[in-house]
Design a protein around this ligand. Structure first.
Ligand SMILES: Cc1ncc(COP(=O)(O)O)c(C=O)c1O
Length: 430
């Protein structure tokens, strides 16, 4: 199911008051839900010694969220300089940060190596020579298994993806890093996105352990860790998909690792870098219906769109929608339902939160229209938003465990968009 009943109960009765105080649109995240998911993840992997989740900062790069993750004992998967900064500001130590970038510049490597450094995950053999001195204490490579694994619609087929090194490059990559003086290594992969079948991830871990053995046999390397990446899915569509069985994944990993330890007398640690699983269901986008347009189809215009949530436009992704009246009561179907598109204001036809969706009859009106609550926006939501048409991203709120609601990011303003138009004049005469 999308948004849990408990999150609904914590949020919906207070929506009119929250909207009065903060004004729509906003994303609001549920601290209790995030913490419960974090505890569940830790329990599921309690049998895997040294297990660590490195929260994928790109999923929800907000300091208030990162500090919840840090309290849970999680590290951070970062892919850019600003993500590294946010992770460090959240209190992460060098070992608690993995820098998984691609098409990386030397400047980015320097940022990764600053402040005591972090674990650097290399996306290509050509990057080994690019890492500045002093060479990091621990180096990792991202393996792209190519044809061996099927990807899915979000991440694409591994063979056609731009990420990682091939099986054929595996040994030479570690040998080259070893030549630069490296002795401590990890291995990473990320082959799926929004995958709800836990068996798929078991196969990923099995594949990583196979590569671990190859490296040990060929080069005598004992990997410090294997990182199965992110990609654990959440059920966006009510009733249609089974929930990902995190406990089964934990149990099967425990078995794989204890067999490995028994056979070989040593063991890499197991890492994961989930984003969506951790925060996806614990956020919603709250917007208001402001316009109705009846043409060939009915379009309900809301005060949010692609800047707040790109996933429907980018992936044709389904996000469940609940309609609440201005008093925060769930709109029933007594007054009938209608098939509508929920649209934003951008001059792109894909600027939608929902297409051909059967919803209760919606009342529109600026500042007084129905609340349109779009579920599962807690991961890869606001972070993906853009500013086409000079439209701005909304604010973010956090519903705290103690029942308070905190502004954790203000909305973008037109002034923010103008910021890049204020610069020192510079002209090159040719
Ligand atoms: C390298 C890497 N790790 C982790 C993640 C997080 O993925 P998810 O949010 O699907 O768990 C991503 C997502 O794009 C990624 O690129």
């Amino acid at each position: 199911m999308p948004m849990s009943k408990k999150f609904e109960e914590r949020l919906f009765p207070h929506l009119p008051a929250i909207a009065r105080e903060f004004k729509t649109p906003f994303h609001v995240y549920d601290e209790i839900g995030i913490e419960e998911t974090g505890e569940r993840l830790k329990n599921a992997f309690a049998g895997c010694l040294g297990f660590c989740e490195y929260f994928a900062v790109k999923a929800l790069p907000n300091p208030a969220i990162l500090s919840i993750m840090h309290r849970l004992g999680f590290g951070f998967d970062c892919s850019s300089k600003i993500e590294l900064e946010l992770a460090r500001e959240a209190g992460a130590t060098p070992k608690e940060i993995m820098f998984t970038s691609n098409n990386t510049t030397q400047d980015e490597f320097r940022a990764a190596q600053a402040d005591g450094g972090c674990v650097i995950n290399l996306d290509d053999v050509s990057l080994i020579a690019k890492v500045p001195e002093p060479f990091p204490e621990i180096i990792c490579f991202r393996l792209n298994p190519g044809k061996e694994r099927t990807g899915n619609s979000i991440i694409g087929e591994p063979e056609k993806a731009k990420y990682g090194i091939t099986w054929d490059q595996l040994i030479s990559a570690y040998r080259m890093a070893n030549k630069r003086g490296e002795t401590k290594f990890g291995l990473h992969t990320m082959v799926c996105s929004n995958e709800r079948n836990y068996q798929y991830m078991v196969e990923t871990v099995r594949m990583l352990l196979r590569a671990t053995l190859i490296l040990h046999q060929e080069l005598g390397i004992c990997l410090s860790f294997v990182n199965m990446g992110g990609g654990i899915g959440i059920p966006y569509i009510p009733g249609e998909h089974e929930e990902f069985d995190i406990e089964k994944l934990g149990q099967e990993c425990e078995l794989l690792f204890s067999n490995f330890a028994e056979d070989h007398n040593w063991l890499p640690k197991l890492y994961m870098e989930s984003g969506r699983y951790m925060t996806g269901p614990h956020g919603v986008l709250v917007s208001r219906a402001i316009n109705r347009k009846d043409i060939y189809q009915t379009h309900i215009g809301v005060d949010a769109g692609m800047p707040a949530l790109m996933r429907p436009a980018m992936y044709n992704a389904y996000h469940h929608i609940t309609v609440l009246d201005r008093d925060g009561k769930s709109r029933g179907t007594e007054q009938g339902t209608e098939i509508v598109n929920i649209v934003g204001s951008i001059c792109e036809n894909c600027d939608r939160l929902a297409t051909d969706r059967e919803l209760p009859k919606i009342q529109v009106g600026e500042g007084k229209g129905d609340f349109i609550v779009t579920h599962d926006t807690g991961a890869h939501g606001i972070a993906m938003g853009f500013n086409y048409n000079g439209r701005t991203r909304p604010k973010e709120l956090l519903l705290r465990r103690n029942g308070t609601v905190e502004l954790i990011r203000r909305a973008e303003t037109d002034n923010d968009l103008r910021a890049t138009l204020r610069f020192e004049p510079k002209t090159l005469t040719l």
